[in-house]
Design a binder for this molecule. Structure first.
Ligand code: NAP
Length: 283
């Protein structure tokens, strides 16, 4: 069996193109959605992510701005800038690029983003809404994974979904979204005993561990849907996922590539959230 490739790059571009009418309706009311990003320090990966986000914003018709700070920045400087951005009517979405420098308490900074502009969905109010199944901004990566599964026609109700990784930005919110769709969900992490024994039971296997080629073909049930969230920069500069793509595609029913799978969907969801925030600002 060779798995069906789920092309996140193509689908993300279609989703962004489909925002045209929402953007025109906003333009008719004199509004262009605006996304402001906070970047503290000089992490090269963060810079690449922000560049990709800014490019996608520009292609879609969303204004973007980056607020850069040195690695030595104080929490109060970041909080002061966030207060300005929260009050700025031209800014509808705010994202704080993680990781922040070690002297900064990330949870304090994320809590200072207005929940109405929290397009990354990391504010406790939006995460709480997700837990309760109420409307709110959903983090881009889990939301993007759900859209990919839906787009590929992968059945969810009653299926066993196994997630490897329990972070607040990927694993935990994804578990909640899959539960909302009536999947039976198992979350694995670094302390899970016999990871392979669990992953072999998955109808849907989502891997977000940040460990290159953690998942081998032997760990995947024949015909399963495998979604690879991992992004690992190898010594030769190439990007690798958490899944041994070449081997697993011979076993799986569906598979996402890295790059070109979940990454572009994360960005598309961020942009869609920003457009929604602009609409909500007029409501
Ligand atoms: P994270 O906060 O470091 O969390 C990693 C999770 O994986 C933790 O729960 C950890 O367990 C678990 N884990 C690590 N090694 C494991 C192992 N050997 N077996 C089982 N579980 C293991 O990372 P994250 O922010 O969620 O990101 C995960 C990966 O996704 C990274 O490669 C990141 O770059 C990528 N990512 C991609 C996108 C995208 O848009 N494509 C977005 C976000 C993240 P413990 O909790 O026990 O430590």
């Amino acid at each position: 069996m060779t798995a069906t490739l789920i092309d996140g790059k193509l689908f993300a571009a279609e989703l962004r193109a489909a925002q045209k009418s929402a953007l025109s309706a906003l333009a008719a009311r004199g509004v262009q959605p605006g996304l402001a990003a906070i970047l503290a320090g000089d992490d090269p990966a963060s810079r690449v992510y922000l560049r990709n986000k800014a490019r996608a914003c520009e292609e879609t018709g969303v204004r973007s701005e980056v607020h850069e700070f040195p690695a030595s920045v104080s929490a109060s400087a970041l909080l002061e800038r966030l207060a300005q951005l929260n009050a700025d009517p031209r800014v509808h979405g705010i994202l704080v690029q993680l990781p922040l420098p070690p002297q900064i308490d990330a949870s304090q900074v994320l809590a200072a983003v207005s929940p109405m502009k929290d397009v990354d969905g990391f504010h406790a109010m939006n995460l709480g809404a997700l837990l309760q199944g109420r409307p709110g901004f959903v983090p881009g990566t889990p939301a993007g994974v759900m859209r990919l599964l839906e787009h590929a026609g992968v059945p969810l109700a009653g299926q066993h979904a196994v997630i490897v990784g329990r972070s607040t930005i990927v694993g935990k919110p994804l578990a909640l979204l899959l539960l909302q769709k009536d999947a039976t969900v198992t979350i694995c992490h670094s302390q899970t005993r016999d990871l392979a024994a669990v992953t072999q039971q998955a109808d849907i296997l989502i891997v977000a561990a940040g460990r290159a080629k953690l998942v081998t073909a032997q760990m995947v049930k024949r015909g399963a849907c495998v979604i690879d969230v991992g992004v690992n920069r190898m010594a030769d500069g190439k990007l690798e996922g958490d899944v041994d793509f070449a081997a697993v595609r011979e076993t799986a029913g569906w598979i996402t590539p890295v790059p070109g799978g979940v990454g572009p969907m994360t960005i598309a969801m961020l942009i869609i959230n920003t457009i929604r925030a602009a609409e909500l600002s007029l409501a």
